[in-house]
Structures are given as C-alpha cells and as structure tokens.
Design a binder for this molecule. Structure first.
Ligand SMILES: NC(=O)c1ccc[n+]([C@@H]2O[C@H](COP(=O)([O-])OP(=O)(O)OC[C@H]3O[C@@H](n4cnc5c(N)ncnc54)[C@H](O)[C@@H]3O)[C@@H](O)[C@H]2O)c1
Length: 436
C-alpha cells in the first residue's frame, strides 16, 4: 500500500490541489490542511493567490487566524502556475458553474480546468469534481477530456464527483461537520475519494454508485429548496389578501414534529445555488424530452417576488400619500441572505433595479457590503446618522442581517420600515413596522 495513491491518502502524505479558491474551494483547502494534508491552491486571480500566500483571508466562513497558521506552517500555498498540478496527488475542482445569458449551463470553467489538468495528468492522481452541475458532466464532459492524456481511468488515474454542500453563514454546519457524498467513475475511484474525505471530515462520507447519482443528489437538494421557497412565496401572496400573517402561519405549522419543515418568504431567491442549480437539471432533462414543469413554475414565482414586494411598498407609500417616483427609499441589506457579504443573484439588486425604473431615489445600507457595482453603476453604503434617516420616505429590509444594523435607530427616524424578512419580529412597538 505504501507508495500507492491510496497509501499516500491514508498516511496523509498525498498533496492535495484545489482548483478555484472561492466560497467552496478556500474552506475545503483549510479543512484539508487541518487534517494534515499539504495543500496547493490554484486560481486564475493573482490577487486571491497573493492574499492567501500572505495568510490573508477573504471568505466569511474561513477563520482568519487558522488560515494564517496553515500558511505559516507551509501547509497551504497558492499559485496561478498550473504546472504545479503535476505535484498534486489529488485535485479538487471548485470552479464556478453559472448560467449564461440565455439561462443555460455555462460549463466553460469546468472544461477549461479539465483541459488544464489533462495536459498535466500523470499516473496515480485522483480528480474530484465538486462544482455543482447536471448529472452526466463528470462522465460526459470531464472524463473524455482527461482521457486525452492517454491514461486509463480506474487504473492510471481516478475520477469522482462529490457535491459541496457548504451553507455560507451557517454557524452550526460547516464544511467539516456536513456529511459528504461521493460517486466515482469506477469502484476504485469511489474508494479513493471516500478515503480522502473520511480523513478530512468529522462527518460521515456516503458513497453512491456513480458520479451521475452524486451530481443528481446535489440538484435534488437544491430543487427541493427552490420549490418549497416558491410554495411559501405563493402562500405569502394569498395570506396577505386574506389578512393572515404568513410568519405566524409558518411558526404554527412548525410545531408539527413530522412531515413539515419551515421555509421562509422574502424579496426573491438569491445566491449561487438555488436560483441556478435546478435549471442545470431542467436543461439536461430536455435531452430526454422531459420538461421539469415544477422547476419552471417555481422559478417564475421566485422571479415575480421582487415585483410583488415593490407593489406592496408602493401600496404602503400610497398610504403616506407618496408615489414611488421621487421617494427616498432606504434599502437595508443587499446581500442575498443575512450576515454574509455575497451579492450573487441577490433579490435586493432586483428590488433596487425596479425601484430605479420607477424613479425612486435609492439609498442603501449593508454592514457586510460597503460598496458594490451593478449594471455599470456604483453604489456606496450610507452612514446611518439621524439626519439622513430623517430624510427618508421609507425603508425596506431586503436581507435579514442580525449583525451590524441599528434597527431601533432606523425605526425611530423613518416613517415606516417594510420588513420582507421578519427580522424585526421581536420589536414590540409595531407602529411603524409593516411585515411581508
Ligand atoms: N457558494 C456556495 O455556497 C456553494 C455551495 C455549494 C456548491 N457551490 C458550487 O461550487 C462551485 C464554486 O462556487 P463558489 O461559490 O466557490 O465560486 P467562487 O466564484 O466563490 O469561486 C470560484 C473561484 O474559481 C476561480 N476560477 C475561475 N476559473 C478558474 C480556472 N480556470 N482555474 C482556477 N480557478 C478558477 C475564481 O477566480 C474563483 O476564485 C460552483 O459550482 C457552485 O455552484 C457553491
């Protein structure tokens, strides 16, 4: 066993490469270093590579001191030089998988990375794709590219898919204690990938019969979330017409100890996973003459939510004898969810876009996002002083930040706060608070 890849994995002598040092790749690199593996991180962004080599963290879920420690100990290094892929025994691929402008899967990052690896592939390497993608990608896209090396799968090199389930901002479940699923192209591929993650994680590693199964597992999880959030968004609209508080309904339904789990409404669905992953599957399903109707309908409901929220805001302003046009609106939170700094697919951006089309005057505050650019326009988080707040015609909460926002001060100074996240639920005086 000694000297074999399996032996190196078990003895923690394997060098682990991580391609893509973002929200998924950097925490994975840290976990692998914590387990005792030497990690080489690869990225095309020189800036990120430089930061890591200085021990400077830029991802919320990574502990600053821990990253610094692993870098100082030489357990983590980063590079843009892909020739160093040859030095790695294991390579995890964590590059982006967005939708293109036609809302179709953009696999260009996976293809480029597979080509970069294939050119340098050598005997005794394990490649694990961890980017979320449709079933079939590992076997139909990555494998043929790696085979161009002339090496034999399952014998010379190993290939598996293992979905990443990290939930940014979740303080209870991190990469380390979240169970992982692995599915290899051959049994040997699965055995190697499972061994690696059993050594890295404190959570169980569950193996499935193929990469396709592992790929579909991840998409089922996120489609489940999309559909349930869309369901509660639809319920929100009908509850409002019936003068029922949807948040109270959800709280009451959550008392059922089986058969129900709560999902919450908001101004839309954001992030790099839920608004995207189900559409990867819907795209692939068409190859089999299947239309994923539930996914499409849920997507429509989610896309409509920011418009619904603006309609509600407009109705509230109307009560104050104000039109949207010319009103000064404070948007509270632009991240896609509470207590994180990620803006990807954030519904708050859509809310801002619609408000601007209606000619409202937008101000925003987000303790996690001091500035951002959207559609070529630059925005800067304002200083929440009494004078500025007093000028506002109203405020809308679009991300449920519980840290860094003085809600009491805001409520004191603005005419009303429209709370689309029910983040003010514990505030007793409801005079100025209108909840979604
Ligand atoms: N963010 C999440 O919460 C989350 C959760 C589970 C799964 N995922 C999936 O993980 C994958 C990565 O997502 P992320 O959020 O970490 O993305 P990210 O944008 O935060 O990070 C991706 C990194 O890859 C780098 N990169 C791009 N092209 C590269 C290339 N050719 N070679 C090397 N590096 C390259 C980028 O510069 C960036 O640093 C996606 O498929 C995503 O769907 C994300």
């Amino acid at each position: 066993m000694a000297g074999t890849l399996y032996g190196k994995i078990q003895e923690k002598k394997a060098i682990v490469g991580v391609m893509g040092l973002g929200y998924v790749g950097l925490p994975l690199a840290v976990e692998k270093a914590r387990a005792g593996y030497k990690v080489i991180g690869f990225d095309i962004q020189q800036k990120r590579v430089n930061l890591i080599n200085k021990g400077i963290n830029y991802i919320g879920d990574v502990n600053d001191a821990e990253l610094k420690k692993f870098v100082n100990e030489g357990l983590i290094t980063a590079t843009t030089n892909f020739d160093k892929l040859k030095d790695c025994d294991v390579i995890s691929i964590c590059v982006p998988t967005p939708l293109d402008k036609f809302k179709q899967p953009d696999l260009s990052y996976i293809i480029k990375t597979s080509e970069d690896i294939s050119k340098r592939l050598r005997k005794g390497q394990l490649i694990i794709l961890e980017s979320t993608t449709y079933p079939g990608t590992t076997e139909e896209i990555v494998l043929p590219i790696l085979k161009k090396s002339g090496l034999e799968i399952g014998k010379d090199f190993y290939l598996a898919f293992s979905p990443e389930r990290v939930d940014p901002g979740n303080n209870r479940f991190k990469t380390r204690n979240t169970p992982k699923v692995v599915g290899g192209v051959t049994e040997e591929c699965t055995r190697h990938a499972k061994a690696l993650y059993e050594n890295v994680l404190e959570a169980p590693v569950f193996s499935v019969s193929s990469p396709r199964t592992a790929e579909m597992t991840k998409i089922l999880e996120n489609t489940f979330r999309l559909i349930n959030i869309a369901l509660v968004q639809e319920m929100t609209k009908v509850a409002e017409k019936m003068d029922v508080n949807i948040w109270e309904v959800i709280e009451a339904a959550s008392t059922k100890p089986f058969g129900y789990m709560p999902f919450y409404p908001g101004p839309g669905i954001g992030g790099h996973c839920i608004p995207i992953d189900p559409f990867y599957l819907a795209f692939k399903a068409k190859e089999f003459d299947l239309h994923l109707m539930l996914v499409e309908v849920a997507g429509q409901i989610a896309d409509d939510m920011p418009y619904y929220v603006i309609q509600r805001l407009s109705d509230i302003l109307n009560d104050y004898k104000k039109p949207l046009n010319g009103s000064k609106i404070l948007v509270l939170g632009v991240a896609y969810k509470g207590n994180i700094d990620d803006l990807r697919e954030s519904p708050a951006l859509k809310v801002i876009e619609i408000l601007e089309k209606k000619k409202a005057e937008i101000y925003y505050f987000d303790p996690f996002v001091p500035y951002f650019e959207h559609n070529g326009k630059k925005y800067k988080s304002i200083d929440l002083n009494d004078d500025i707040l007093k000028e506002m015609d109203g405020a809308i909460i679009t991300a449920g930040h519980t840290i860094g926002v003085d809600y009491k001060k805001i409520i004191k100074n603005v005419p009303f706060v429209f709370d689309t996240k029910n983040i003010l639920k514990d505030i007793k005086d409801r005079n100025k608070i209108i909840v979604l």
